[in-house]
Write a protein that binds this ligand. Structure first.
Ligand code: 5GP
Ligand code: MN
Length: 322
């Protein structure tokens, strides 16, 4: 073994015949794209591959244009895989029920870019300077010498596009853009990804967005804007929780705010919080304090309590600005 995590990851992947892949629950474009991209390449390299994520086992409509043939429900994941590779999961609990399989696996390879990731695998390929886990996978595939076809490139470019907010967040580096350029060269079509990810919502989403925007509130002193998505909003709009990902982007445009908070009610008296920062405040640190994690400018946590209590937990961690 060497100390270069890239080389260690290359040996793990090159030397094993069967791979079990897992990404974080409620997968976004980076979680799915990085996992499916590496999975398809591994399959073409002759490996048997399955990919999964913890319940609810639903792929957001916006990502169904990706080739998802490798996906199996978490119930079909072996209890103790030989090799398990995790994607975009900052900690084992982000794997949902698949955390157990990771705990039992002979070898766990963690591929991730969360600064809060302390490394829960035997091999930890964690690079917080990467804009997306997909950026790490692009470099890894090059080291492996595994070819990138149009479907692999599309999955990986989707990860790059979504985690950089279409290359407009501060995590976008020359290396990110070079990785994206290589994916376009390999056949990925930016306009097709843009269309599916950013230009399509179910009609009911419009009403849910109306309700959430209508109840947005501003704490001007703390420069916090927040709103709540209720279970009733989802029911009356007849949409799935996975359809609501763009809502946080709709409320965070309030220029009077530095931090945006969207609380989503989930069953069982719990709420899921999404946090976004314009840069002054480290929302990742706030999320960690509240049992979650993420990045400086984008983070989240699950909270056992009411929406109001979750808002208060965040608000009390923000200092008033004059
Ligand atoms: P989102 O608000 O889009 O769900 O998540 C934003 C960022 O925070 C993502 O990088 C995501 O991985 C991370 N994140 C969201 N929720 C949680 C959580 O409950 N725990 C941890 N560790 N990270 C989270
Ligand atoms: Mn990511």
């Amino acid at each position: 073994m060497t100390n270069d995590p890239f080389e260690e990851a290359v040996s793990v992947l090159a030397d094993s015949r069967h791979l079990v892949l897992a990404c974080h629950i409620g997968p976004d474009g980076d979680a799915l794209g990085s996992m499916l991209g590496l999975g398809m390449a591994a399959k073409q390299a002759g490996k048997t591959v399955i990919a999964s994520f913890g319940t609810p086992f639903t792929v957001s409509e916006n990502y169904r244009f990706l080739n998802t043939d490798l996906l199996v429900p978490p119930s079909q994941v072996p209890d103790a895989p030989e090799v398990m590779v995790t994607f975009d999961a900052g900690s084992a609990d982000r794997l949902g029920e698949l955390a157990k399989a990771a705990g039992n696996a002979e070898t766990v390879l963690v591929i991730d870019h969360h600064v809060t990731n302390t490394g829960f695998g035997n091999v930890n390929l964690i690079d917080p300077t990467a804009a997306a886990t997909a950026e790490i996978v692009v470099m890894l595939l090059e080291r492996l010498g595994w070819p990138v076809d149009e479907e692999i490139a599309t999955a990986l470019l989707t990860g790059l596009v979504t985690d950089t907010g279409r290359f407009q967040y501060s995590n976008t580096t020359p290396r990110t853009l070079e990785a994206a350029a290589r994916m376009v060269e390999a056949g990925a079509r930016p306009e097709i990804i843009g269309q599916h990810v950013y230009e399509e919502t179910p009609f009911g989403y419009l009403h849910a967005a109306g309700a959430v925007l209508g109840r947005a509130q501003l704490d001007a002193e703390r420069r916090l804007v927040w709103s709540v998505l209720t279970i009733d909003d989802l029911k009356s709009a007849r949409i799935a929780p996975t359809d609501t990902d763009p809502l946080i982007d709709a409320i965070r445009t309030a220029v009077e705010s530095d931090v945006a908070l969207l609380i989503k009610e989930v069953d069982g008296g719990k709420v899921k919080a999404s946090l976004r920062s314009r840069g002054r405040v480290d929302v990742g640190a706030i999320a960690v304090e509240l049992g979650g994690g993420g990045h400086h400018n984008a983070a989240g946590f699950t909270f056992a309590g009411s929406a109001d209590a979750a808002v208060e937990a965040v608000r009390s961690r923000l200092d008033p600005v004059e």
